[in-house]
Design a protein around this ligand. Structure first.
Ligand code: C2E
Ligand code: MG
Ligand code: MG
Ligand code: MG
Length: 274
């Protein structure tokens, strides 16, 4: 039986949009528990430097195999974790795990960098310095090996505070990367002030690069702009030889995508690197 629409179900405030609905709260308490018991995982996607033709870094991406729901992807829980604050626990876990895993690769690959995704809420919480310093010390990893990825939208959330927090992190020797560049509304004059060393072009700009002249023009312009501001530029979501070739011609420095390698668990990544 279908209930008639009441005054509170006209679209503004339906159960579906309520972040505190029961099922979403259950998902968050399951996530907290999984993080606490170390049942979440990180997969690592390599980043290729075109000038040297070698893998220069890895990006850590969270994976969660939920006991009832199966694999839940980041897009299905990261936004909710950000809204509810669970993200600070998630980020602490990701910092610890990724630095530990990087240290286990350092004997063979001493120059690899590790990129960790962080959110605006992590900057506001102000716990990053301590968590990172402690993990680096315990695992014997140097600060220069770490890159923090922050989306341009997150960087814009509270520009004043965000900038100060990023400057403090950069002063520690951490590298900052602007993720999903070209997907939001950031102002270039603000981006220019950020202590970043890398811009990552959003996949939406890359996906039709083979067929769309205007995408090629936009990417070419972004590459030139990034270089004139002294940023390295990474294309993410590269899926074909043809796209990789075009991006190289347009002057992109670094590539990431299924074309090179999918995100892999540590053990498989080790094999792949070999
Ligand atoms: P992102 O940081 O922009 O990561 C890139 C996403 O694109 C990843 O999705 C990756 O698996 C996917 N990808 C890489 N190459 C290709 C390709 O060639 N084609 C296609 N179609 N996709 C590709 P994933 O792992 O589902 O993560 C989605 C987003 O969730 C990430 O976007 C990031 O914003 C967030 N995220 C993932 N792990 C973490 C984490 O540990 N902490 C935080 N705060 N956010 C995370
Ligand atoms: Mg990223
Ligand atoms: Mg991205
Ligand atoms: Mg993204």
């Amino acid at each position: 039986e279908i209930a008639p629409h009441g005054p509170y179900e006209t679209g503004f405030y339906s159960q579906e949009y309520d972040i505190y609905s029961e099922s979403r709260l259950t998902l968050m308490s399951d996530l907290r528990e999984a993080l606490q018991e170390d049942r979440t995982e990180l997969h690592y996607q390599p980043k290729l430097c075109l000038a040297s033709g070698s893998v220069i870094g890895l990006e850590a991406l969270i994976r969660w195999n939920h006991p009832d729901r199966g694999w839940v992807f980041p897009a299905d829980f990261i936004p909710l974790a950000e809204e509810t604050g669970v993200i600070t626990q998630l980020t602490r876990w990701a910092i610890e795990r990724s630095i530990r895993d990087l240290s286990s690769l350092m004997d063979v690959y001493p120059d690899l960098t590790m990129s960790i995704n962080i959110s605006a809420r992590d900057l506001a919480a102000g716990e990053l310095e301590e968590a990172i310093t402690s993990a680096l010390q315990r695992h014997g990893v140097k600060v220069q090996s770490l890159i923090l990825e922050l989306t341009e939208t997150a960087a814009m959330e509270d520009p004043g505070k965000g900038l100060m927090a990023l400057e403090a992190l950069a002063a520690m020797g951490l590298k900052i990367s602007i993720d999903d560049f070209g997907s939001g509304y950031s102002s270039l004059s603000y981006l220019k002030q950020l202590p970043a060393t890398e811009l990552k072009l959003d996949r939406s700009l890359i996906e039709d690069i083979e067929t769309s002249e205007s995408s090629r023009v936009i990417v070419g312009t972004a590459v030139n702009m990034a270089h004139s501001l002294d940023y390295h530029i990474v294309a993410e979501g590269v899926e074909s030889d043809q796209a990789a070739r075009l991006l190289a011609e347009l002057g992109c420095d670094r590539l990431q995508g299924f074309w090179l390698c999918r995100p892999l668990p540590l053990r498989e990544l080790r094999e792949w690197l070999r």
